[in-house]
Design a protein around this ligand. Structure first.
Ligand SMILES: *Cc1c(COP(=O)(O)O)cnc(C)c1O
Length: 364
C-alpha cells in the first residue's frame, strides 16, 4: 500500500523506555528498576490530586466537560490572562501539533535550535515543512535572527529551558529578540521546565503574561507532566493572543482531555507548596550530580531543569553506557541520536540518584 509521501520522512518519537519493558526484556524485578529517562517528578504529584481524582472515578461513564471551564479559568487566573488566551491540550505536545498544522504547510520553513525537543521536527514533517536549525548547542539568538532575516520562517521554536540540554535563555534577551520578529512569524516559547528555571535564577523567568500582553505572534507552552508530576494524565496548555487560540481551537478534537485529567491538573495547580518543595529538593540533589561529574572527570551542562546532561569523554560511548545501565535496571536517555556523546538523566529521589552514581561509577 502507498501512503502519503511525507510519511517516509517521519521517524517515530523514541520515548523513555517504560519500566514494564525492562522487566520483560531483562527479567529484572520491577522493584530493582529505576527510571530516570523522562523527566517525571520523582515525588509523583500532590497527594491532594489522588484524593480528588478518586472521588470522581464514578464520573467515568460521562463525556468530560468539553468547555474545560474549571481548568481554563484556574490557568488564566494563575497567569493573569483571560480565558480566551488559553488552550488545553493532551500534553503540550498536542498544542505543538495544533500550532504547526494551523500555521505551516509544505512551503513553510520552521526554525529551531540545533539540539532541541524532538517533537518539533516530527510535527513539522507532518505538514512537509522545511526544517532550519542553528549551529550551536545553546540557543544563539543572534544566529536565530540572521537565519530569520534570510529565510523568513513561518514558525520559530525557542525551548527554554531547553530539552535535552537543560540550559536556558535570558528572559530579557528573549524579549529583545521577539520584538524584532515580524508579526506574521509565530514564535513558540516552550516553557515545559520554566517552573524549575525561575526558582534557580529569576533572570531566566519568562512570564507568559508579558508575552501575551506585548505580542500577538507568540505562544507560550506549559505542561503538567514535569514539575506537577502528572505525566500519565496528559495535560498541557498554550497561552497566546485570542486570535491565535481561536485558530488552534479549530483543530482540537472534541473531549481531548479526560475528566480525571482535568480534575488532576486543576487540583495540582492549587498545591504550589508541593511543587515548590520538589523543585527545591531537585536542585539540592542536582548538586550531587555536579560533584559526581567532577569526580568522574566528565562535563555536566549547567541545568535549569529536573534533568542533567552528562557529556562523556571520547573513550566512553554514550549508547554503550546507556545500554550497560539498562541491563542493570537503570533507565537513562542516550543522546547520540542528537549528535551528542552524552546521556540525559532525570534527577530522581536521593536513593535513586545514589543508585545511579554507584552503577555509573562501575561502568565508567
Ligand atoms: C516534556 C516536554 C513537553 C511536553 O510534554 P507533554 O507531556 O506533552 O505535556 C514539551 N516540551 C518539552 C521541551 C518537554 O520536555
Amino acid at each position: 500500500m502507498n501512503f502519503n509521501a511525507k510519511m517516509k520522512d517521519i521517524k517515530n518519537y523514541e520515548a523513555g523506555k517504560p519500566i514494564e519493558l525492562v522487566v520483560r526484556e531483562f527479567g529484572i524485578e520491577p522493584k530493582d528498576i529505576v527510571k530516570l529517562a523522562s523527566n517525571e517528578n520523582p515525588n509523583g504529584c500532590s497527594p491532594k490530586v489522588q484524593e480528588a481524582v478518586s472521588k470522581i472515578v464514578s464520573k467515568m461513564a460521562l463525556y468530560p466537560d468539553d468547555s474545560m471551564t474549571a481548568l481554563k479559568s484556574s490557568l488564566s487566573k494563575r497567569f493573569d490572562v483571560e480565558d480566551e488566551n488559553v488552550i488545553i491540550g493532551s500534553g503540550s505536545d498536542q498544542v505543538i501539533e495544533f500550532l504547526i498544522h494551523a500555521k505551516a504547510n509544505s512551503k513553510s520553513k520552521i526554525l529551531m535550535n540545533s539540539i532541541t525537543f524532538a517533537m518539533y521536527e516530527i510535527y513539522a514533517k507532518h505538514v512537509g515543512a522545511e526544517i532550519l536549525r542553528t549551529s550551536t548547542q545553546e540557543h544563539d539568538l543572534d544566529e536565530f535572527y540572521e537565519i530569520y532575516k534570510a529565510e523568513k520562517p513561518s514558525i520559530i521554536f525557542l525551548c527554554t529551558p531547553n530539552n535535552p540540554t537543560g540550559d536556558a535563555i535570558d528572559a530579557s534577551k528573549l524579549f529583545d529578540f521577539v520584538k524584532k520578529i515580524d508579526s506574521d512569524t509565530l514564535v513558540v516559547v516552550d516553557g515545559a521546565y520554566m517552573e524549575y528555571a525561575l526558582i534557580k535564577d529569576s533572570s531566566k523567568e519568562v512570564k507568559p503574561k508579558d508575552l501575551v500582553d506585548q505580542f500577538d505572534n507568540v505562544i507560550y507552552l506549559g505542561t503538567f507532566s514535569k514539575a506537577y508530576g502528572l505525566g500519565g494524565m496528559r495535560v498541557g496548555y498554550g497561552l497566546a493572543d485570542a486570535k491565535i487560540i481561536k485558530e488552534l481551537y479549530k483543530l482540537r478534537p472534541p473531549f481531548n482531555i479526560t475528566t480525571l485529567s482535568l480534575e488532576a491538573a486543576n487540583v495540582a495547580l492549587e498545591d504550589e507548596e508541593f511543587v515548590n518543595k520538589s523543585i527545591v529538593e531537585n536542585f539540592s540533589e542536582m548538586k550531587r550530580y555536579e560533584e559526581f561529574a567532577k569526580e568522574q572527570k566528565i562535563d555536566i551542562i549547567n541545568s535549569y531543569t529536573n534533568f542533567v546532561t552528562l557529556c562523556l569523554n571520547s573513550s566512553q560511548k554514550s549508547s554503550e553506557v546507556a545500554d550497560l545501565l539498562l541491563k542493570k535496571g537503570m533507565i537513562v536517555r542516550d543522546l547520540s541520536g542528537y549528535g551528542m556523546n552524552a546521556i540525559r538523566v532525570t534527577v530522581g529521589t536521593q536513593e535513586q540518584n545514589s543508585r545511579f552514581f554507584e552503577l555509573t561509577a562501575e561502568i565508567l
